[in-house]
Design a protein. Structure first.
Length: 121
């Protein structure tokens, strides 16, 4: 995955699974994350859907139905995202996250990205 983020702000590390409109990504945080950082990590995970090495710049246009279901005291999580819709430059996703070695969901939600341009390879 290629992201235009520096190492301190790059949370999405490795695509574990990708098929069709569903992806699972291993995310690692430098410290226990906040709910806002979870939303940023979910947005970063969408880069795993890209089939090219080009970096696309995107902006979080909307976050909704974000639910904190458990404590955020781990540093590694597995994010599962589903791309629900794509209309021109807008992409809508739902996501859930659980501690990397657990099947217990700690955060769920939905968000929309606005992808505005491709950057160099």
């Amino acid at each position: 995955m290629r992201l235009p983020h520096g190492p301190f702000l790059s949370f999405a590390k490795e695509v574990i699974y990708c098929e069709g409109n569903t992806i699972q990504v291993h995310c690692i945080f430098n410290s226990c994350p906040s709910l806002a950082i979870f939303i940023e990590a979910a947005a970063q995970c969408t880069a795993g859907f890209e089939k090219t090495e080009k970096i696309k710049m995107g902006f979080l246009a909307q976050a909704k139905k974000i639910a904190l279901l458990g404590s955020l005291d781990e540093k590694e999580y597995l994010f599962t995202l589903t791309q629900e819709m794509q209309l021109h430059q807008f992409r809508q996703f739902t996501f859930e996250a659980n501690a990397f070695d657990s099947k217990v969901k700690v955060v769920t939600g939905a968000f929309t990205l606005h992808v505005v341009e491709e950057m160099g390879a």
